[in-house]
Design a protein around this ligand. Structure first.
Ligand code: ASP
Length: 352
């Protein structure tokens, strides 16, 4: 009898202890979108695989250590390779994160994502999600079936970053291969290596080691960041990216004019320079009210105002430190608010 009472009391104490621990851990909500982190292939050593095959529940089961860091809930939003990411999914994702983070029961968000367009999604979310709670994107370079898959540790590290109070107010982050990067400056730098991400102009903001995040860079002033509401948006204005190169032909831009595009980002050479045969076509685009942003195909450094190109004369916008793929994101969102090129230039000037 006595033994039984002691056993019941011990079991109750254990339950109370466990529930106190549970209550102390942050609640991290994981939204899964697919990518190589959820990829599966026939061979554990080959490079042939299909992205977005494995459900988030299975990915979480593979990393039970996550439960010691946070209370996690995983939900599948879409299951795609991120080469197929589109504006509609971005709007869905931003709205879902805004909803979730407005609830007291969610402390942070992790988004699992393919690496190909991760930097674009991260940047889009950084402009459209209005929360100080951590939002962290994570992916993998090797599929879940690979020998030495990088997904499990990357996922664990992403939850560590999301669960840390130090990540509050840092905007949208990317956690890859031990590095922590800011959405505005991160970019994919290698097509196959697990060390695929970097931020050539700014560097990593921090790193994860032994289950702890360490920040190298101080917190940026959060009030400086731009924010665009996507609450009532059905779609985003169309913006095309055209790539500059030696011998580029004007018909690539002519095809864009008159096709319903509201903006063109020209990935120019050098400091966003434009071939003499392209310039008149871009001037024509301006005459038709299309916003033209000059960016650069060079991986680092700004596309700065009024260097070899007289932006004020043509009414062109310089992308500053944003590469073409991120300039497109900011231009789409800017166009939901204004078609005044000078105002749009002021938005881009936030990224100097
Ligand atoms: N194509 C994949 C994707 O972006 C590549 C990856 O996740 O690493 O979904």
């Amino acid at each position: 009898m006595m033994k039984r009472a002691l056993f019941t009391a011990a079991a109750m104490l254990l339950m109370i202890f466990t529930s106190v621990l549970w209550a102390q851990r942050p609640n991290v909500y994981i939204l899964a979108t697919g990518g190589t982190i959820a990829g599966s292939g026939a061979s554990s050593v080959g490079t042939n695989y299909t992205a977005g095959q494995v459900e988030i529940a299975s990915l979480l089961d593979a990393v039970p250590q996550i439960k010691e860091v946070a209370n996690v809930v995983g939900r599948q939003l879409v299951r795609i390779g991120s080469q197929d990411m589109d504006d509609a999914t971005w709007l869905l994702l931003a709205r879902r994160i805004n909803e979730l983070t407005s609830s007291d029961s969610v402390d942070a968000i992790v988004v699992t994502h393919g690496t190909d367009t991760m930097e674009e999604t991260a940047f889009f979310l950084s402009l459209t999600v209005g929360t100080k709670k951590p939002v962290v994107l994570v992916g993998a370079m090797r599929p879940s079936t690979a020998l030495s898959a990088d997904g499990p540790l990357n996922l664990y590290n992403a939850v560590v970053v999301a669960a840390s109070p130090q990540s509050v107010g840092r905007g949208v982050l990317v956690a890859m291969n031990g590095g922590v990067y800011s959405a505005a400056t991160v970019t994919k730098m290698h097509t196959t290596n697990v060390e695929a991400f970097g931020a050539p102009d700014a560097g990593a903001v921090g790193y994860v080691l032994n289950g702890e995040v360490h920040y190298i860079l101080p917190l940026e002033h959060p009030d400086d960041s731009l924010h665009f509401s996507v609450a009532g948006l059905e779609a985003l204005p169309r913006v095309a990216v055209a790539y500059g190169h030696a011998g580029v032909s004007p018909d690539i831009i002519e095809a864009v004019i008159g096709s319903g595009y509201k903006g063109i980002v020209y990935a120019g050479v050098g400091n966003g320079n434009i071939h003499k045969d392209i310039l008149p076509v871009l001037e024509e685009a301006r005459r038709r009210g299309i916003i033209v942003v000059r960016s650069s195909r060079v991986p680092s450094g700004p596309t700065s105002l009024d260097n070899e190109v007289d932006d004020a004369r043509y009414g062109f916008v310089a992308s500053q430190l944003l590469p073409p793929q991120k300039a497109r994101v900011l231009l789409m969102l800017a166009l939901t608010r204004t078609d005044d090129w000078q105002q749009i230039q002021r938005y881009f000037n936030e990224y100097r």
